[in-house]
Design a protein around this ligand. Structure first.
Ligand code: PGA
Length: 266
C-alpha cells in the first residue's frame, strides 16, 4: 500500500495570532483541492484556537508543538494532550530537538544550560502515549547532533532514541504514528541533509520499526525528513523511497514556500 505523503509546518515561536491567520488564509487558497497529501500546521499554543477555527472545513489540519504526559494538575507552563484535542488538534510533535534541549547552533554557555529543560527519550515516549490516550496522533522526532554524525555515531544515536521513543505501543498505534528524522545540524541552518543519506537513515528507522512491530507496521508507518526543507530541495527528498513527507520549519512561515513543498510531495 502506498503511503500518503504528509507535510507538516512547524511554526515554532513565530507568528502572532493575526500573522498566523494571514498565513493560513493564503495557504488555504494555495493548497485548495489537494487531497493526495496530508497537510498540517503547528502554530504556537496561544494561536491554536483561532487558527483551528480559520482552517475548519479546509484540507489543512491542526497540531500542537509539544505536550505534557499528564491530563491536568500542578504542572506550570505545560500543556495536556486533552487540551490540545479540545481546541481542535489532531496531531502533536514530541521529541523535537528543540524541546529535547538539543540545539544545533548555540554558544558554549547556553549549550550547558539548555539540556536542563529538555525532554529525554523516556519522556518523549510517555508524551506520545499520552497523546494517543487523548485522541491525538504523535509525530515523534529524532536526530543526531553534528558531533555525533562527525564521530560516526549517527546510526547508533538514532537506534538508541528509537528503541525507547517507540516502545510499548499497539500495532495499530505504531502504524498510525509518524516519525520525523531531523538531523539537528540541518535544522534552521540551510544545510540540508543529502537526500540519499536522509533516505538511508529513514530506511534504518523503518528497519527498527520492523524489528519492533513487524513488516506490516513498518510498511505502513510514515517517516518524514526535517531540516532545511525548501521548495528547491523538497522534490528530490520526497522522491526517495523511505521519505514519506517533511517536517518543515522556516519554509512553513511563507504560504508560497509551504504550498510549493506540499505540491512537490504529490
Ligand atoms: P527548518 O526546521 O525547516 O527551519 O530547518 C525544521 C524543524 O525543526 O522541524
Amino acid at each position: 500500500m502506498p503511503r500518503k505523503p504528509f507535510i507538516a509546518g512547524n511554526w515554532k515561536m513565530n507568528k502572532t495570532v493575526a500573522e498566523g491567520l494571514g498565513l493560513v488564509d493564503e495557504l488555504k487558497s494555495l493548497v485548495a483541492g489537494v487531497d493526495d497529501v496530508d497537510i498540517a500546521v503547528f502554530p504556537t499554543f496561544v494561536s491554536l484556537g483561532k487558527i483551528g477555527e480559520a482552517i475548519k472545513g479546509s484540507n489543512i489540519v491542526l497540531g500542537g508543538q509539544c505536550c505534557f504526559w499528564k491530563e491536568s494538575g500542578a504542572w506550570t507552563g505545560q500543556m495536556a494532550p486533552g487540551m490540545l484535542k479540545d481546541v481542535g488538534c489532531q496531531w502533536v510533535i514530541v521529541g523535537h530537538s528543540e524541546t529535547r534541549g538539543r540545539f544545533g547552533t548555540v554558544d558554549d554557555e547556553l549549550e550547558k544550560l539548555l539540556p536542563y529543560f529538555g525532554e529525554c527519550d523516556t519522556t518523549v515516549n510517555m508524551k506520545a502515549k499520552a497523546a494517543f490516550a487523548a485522541g491525538l496522533t504523535p509525530i515523534i522526532a529524532c536526530g543526531e547532533l553534528l558531533a555525533e554524525r562527525e564521530s560516526g555515531n549517527t546510526d547508533q544515536v538514532i537506534a538508541e532514541q528509537m528503541k525507547i521513543d517507540l516502545a510499548g505501543f499497539t500495532e495499530e498505534q505504531a502504524a498510525r504514528m509518524v516519525i520525523a528524522y531531523e538531523p539537528v545540524w540541518a535544522i534552521g541552518t540551510g544545510k540540508v541533509c543529502d537526500a540519499a543519506e536522509a533516505d538511508r537513515v529513514c530506511g534504518l528507522i523503518r528497519s527498527i520499526v520492523k524489528d519492533m512491530y513487524g513488516a506490516t507496521v513498518a510498511d505502513a508507518v510514515r517517516i518524514q525528513y526535517g531540516g532545511s526543507v525548501k521548495p528547491d530541495n523538497a522534490e528530490e527528498l520526497l522522491s526517495k523511497e523511505n521519505i514519506d513527507g517533511a517536517l518543515v520549519g522556516g519554509a512553513s512561515l511563507k504560504a508560497g514556500d509551504f504550498a510549493a513543498i506540499v505540491k512537490a510531495a504529490r
